[in-house]
Design a protein around this ligand. Structure first.
Ligand code: Z5A
Length: 219
């Protein structure tokens, strides 16, 4: 049985929030109402505290790359154990705003952390949990960051160099090319086109896993 865990991924400002709303519309149209949202890092009281630490600088102390990685995985194990797995076990759908692929891209690609450490953490922490489908919104970082700059002050990770985000994007694209469950969507198109594509991909996938209960022309 395919996992009812749908993940949306991409760099800053690619439109993940907007995409989550589109996913909900598609699921609701299928009569699916029991939907749990998660965001990473975050999603439990402890994970939200870790999110603050990860996103904001700590006075007089540099956060090392490995400390950042471990905080992200500490937040993830809390979320996976207390929210995602229980939700899936009771038959709910889970929509994740980011999941493990973000760590592969940001910490593996962006921070250049050794692949063996990432693999070890991934195998230990997320283990058998694999999203049924991951929608990766692809956009050159300069465009997404411009959207983020226009929005608010930049957090610790958003202040990274363009090279950092280019490396993260490259890693996303490499991993997406190796895994059929990761679908790349061109997020440089206008919002309407991106949404139409998300709906099409999602409906096809629901059909494929036998969850499409409606034959209609929605969207
Ligand atoms: N992080 C990590 O390093 N490792 C990990 O393992 C995990 C995370 C899980 C989370 O921050 C940070 O943690 C993130 C990665 C790191 N850091 N960075 N940098 P976050 O959750 O606060 O940030 P985010 O995930 O990048 O969210 P975001 O900046 O809000 O991006 P978004 O949700 O994709 O953007 P949006 O709000 O949907 O859209 C942004 C704007 O663009 C908005 O005004 C839209 O109306 C507009 N938009 C959306 N789509 C379009 C199109 N197609 N055309 C034009 N305008 C558009």
């Amino acid at each position: 049985m395919k996992s009812k865990f749908i993940v949306i991924e991409g760099l800053e400002g690619v439109g993940k929030t907007t995409a989550c709303n589109t996913i909900v519309d598609v699921l609701n149209y299928q009569g699916i109402e029991d939907i749990v949202f998660t965001r990473e890092p975050g999603g439990t009281p402890l994970a939200e505290k870790l999110r603050e630490l990860i996103k904001n600088s700590v006075e007089n102390e540099e956060i090392t790359n490995k400390a950042e990685l471990l905080m992200i995985y500490a937040a993830r194990i809390q979320l996976v154990t207390h929210v995602i797995k229980p939700a899936l076990a009771r038959g709910a759908w889970v929509i994740g705003d980011r999941h493990d692929l973000s760590s592969q891209a940001y910490q593996g690609g962006g921070r250049c952390i050794d692949a063996s450490l990432l693999r070890c953490l991934r195998n230990t922490i997320v283990d058998d949990l694999k999203p049924g489908i991951t929608l990766y919104l692809d956009l050159p970082p300069a465009i997404g960051l411009k959207r983020a700059y226009n929005r608010n002050s930049l957090d610790r990770i958003e202040q990274e160099s363009l090279d950092f985000f280019e490396r993260a994007r490259e890693r996303y694209l490499t991993l997406a090319a190796q895994d059929d469950s990761i679908i790349t969507i061109d997020a440089s198109q206008n919002i309407t086109k991106v949404n139409t594509q998300i709906k099409f991909i999602l409906k096809s996938w629901l059909n494929q896993i036998g969850e499409n209960k409606c034959i209609g022309t929605h969207g």
